[in-house]
Design a protein around this ligand. Structure first.
Ligand SMILES: Nc1ncnc2c1ncn2[C@@H]1O[C@H](COP(=O)(O)OP(=O)(O)OP(=O)(O)O)[C@@H](O)[C@H]1O
Length: 454
């Protein structure tokens, strides 16, 4: 009680002093107190305001905010009692952020740092001034600060890319993209692909994604062209979706039949960051326009590779050719597991039926993954019945009934480099017959791009 009454008297004295002392003297006393405090404290403080002094938004504020959100998500054991929950517009998952005027620790190269989120309401206004302040030990080597801030920005970019919902853009209207959330469930885990093909595609994608420096060094735009070819239902769209999900890219699905001319095509492509002629497309895929926007995978799909002009097939435009066909034995097993369930295919009678089905494939039974999926779905309730129906369908395809149109491709194959040139002669005559469907996978990349409104 005695201490409380002394504190009360002290506060009263302060109020009296505040009223009788001139403002200049008060502010001098305040700055003296601040200097004394700064020299005694073992910490330095850095403010990161939401807006710069020229009222431009400060990208670093946003990076810090996202970095802290990522720390909160990844270290639930550090959960702070004062967190704000929100549902961001482009995401279906809840976002955690640090509540105003609370702090959260971070660790960098063994050094403990502390972020505090400040929110002050401006006097006589409803406006809020927000900032983060970073508390660092004074003994911390100064060069560590830029390194730490780069780490914060990289962590924010990584978190944002991985947590936001991705979009599927289509050119519904003449020269603009329309988008819907991209929620295709296909992944490399669910995709029934022969393991060697899957492995080759995944390593190629990994090399591409990590190749920024290499592409810059050799002076090539950071892009890669894929050609997926195979009969309807062989999994071209599913593979594109799996690639997009794997790399967290947005998908731009360009229907060329809706594009009137080259300038419209260019306008659409520039927004990503036929009377459309072949030269317009060539120009984009390997020409000047291909430099617009970074880190881009262009996927061409067709049912007939022979119908594609050789000028489009060459490396630099379609770097990797992937043939997708009917189900091989491995793909068949993966589909049976996905559709019927791990447990069901372990049952003795289903296991035997699966072996018979694999035998049918080896003997020339050719069904596309779409056809296999349909048979398994129709009889999904009963795994034994489903396998019987599958064997029947495979046998029918051997007898020439329902097989896929690429009977030779019982498994997917990777053309790799150098390119096949066999279609070169015929290709020119069939120039107009290539399928007018191109898919663009474009990573909505850096925070800087969002900030500059591009
Ligand atoms: N490799 C696969 N693994 C698992 N399911 C697949 C696979 N390929 C195709 N499917 C199934 O078949 C359906 C059709 O496949 P998809 O649309 O990818 O084929 P497509 O080759 O793009 O066909 P189209 O040429 O007609 O556009 C998909 O919805 C998917 O369920």
């Amino acid at each position: 009680m005695e201490i409380l009454s002394q504190v009360w008297s002290f506060l009263g004295l302060l109020t009296v002093l505040q009223n009788i002392l001139p403002t200049q003297l008060l502010s001098l006393l305040h700055s003296l107190w601040q200097s004394l405090h700064d020299s005694l404290t073992p910490y330095s403080h850095f403010d990161v305001p939401e807006f710069t002094s020229s009222l431009l938004s400060n990208p670093l504020y946003r990076h810090v905010s996202i970095h802290l959100t990522s720390l909160l998500h990844h270290h639930p054991h550090h959960l702070h009692p004062h967190l704000s929950l929100s549902l961001p517009p482009n995401s279906s998952s809840l976002s955690l952020s640090l509540s105003p005027n609370h702090s959260f620790p971070d660790l960098f190269l063994g050094h403990s740092l502390l972020w505090t989120h400040h929110v002050d309401t401006l006097p006589d206004s409803l406006e809020e001034r927000r900032s983060f302040s970073l508390r660092l030990p004074k003994r911390l080597p100064l060069p560590l600060l830029p390194a730490y801030l780069s780490h914060v920005s990289a962590s924010a970019a990584h978190f944002e890319r991985n947590s936001r919902d991705r979009l599927l853009f289509t050119n519904n209207t003449a020269s603009a993209w329309a988008s819907v959330p991209f929620r295709h469930p296909s992944t490399f885990d669910t995709l029934a692909l022969e393991p060697s093909l899957k492995g080759e595609i995944l390593s190629d994608l990994a090399r591409f994604v990590e190749g920024s420096e290499m592409y810059r060094r050799i002076g090539r735009p950071w892009k890669r062209g894929y050609l997926l070819y195979g009969p309807p239902g062989s999994g071209k769209s599913s593979l594109i979706a799996a690639i997009a999900n794997h790399l967290k890219y947005d998908v731009y699905d360009l229907e060329l039949t809706k594009v009137l001319d080259n300038s419209e095509l260019r306008s659409l492509l520039l927004q990503t960051t036929n009377r459309v002629t072949l030269s317009g497309l060539l120009n984009f895929t390997d020409g000047l326009w291909s430099c617009c926007g970074e880190e881009r995978i262009v996927v061409f799909t067709t049912n007939y590779k022979d119908g594609i002009d050789p000028a489009l097939l060459r490396p630099g435009r379609m770097d990797v050719h992937v043939r997708l066909g009917t189900c091989g034995t491995h793909a068949l097993r993966v589909m049976a597991r996905n559709y019927l369930g791990e447990e069901a295919i372990e049952a003795e009678h289903v296991r035997r039926a699966l072996e018979v089905a694999e035998g049918c494939v080896s003997a020339g039974g050719a069904l596309t993954p779409a056809e296999v999926g349909e048979v398994l779905m129709r009889n999904g309730g009963d795994a034994g019945e489903a396998m019987k129906a599958l064997i029947k369908a495979l046998q029918a395809s051997i007898l020439g009934g329902e097989g896929g149109s690429l009977s030779s491709s019982s498994d997917g194959s990777w053309d790799g480099l150098p390119r096949e040139r066999e279609g070169e002669g015929k290709g020119r005559e069939k120039r107009r017959s290539w399928e007018r469907r191109v898919k663009f996978l474009v990573r909505l990349r850096s925070l800087a791009k969002c900030d500059s409104g591009r």
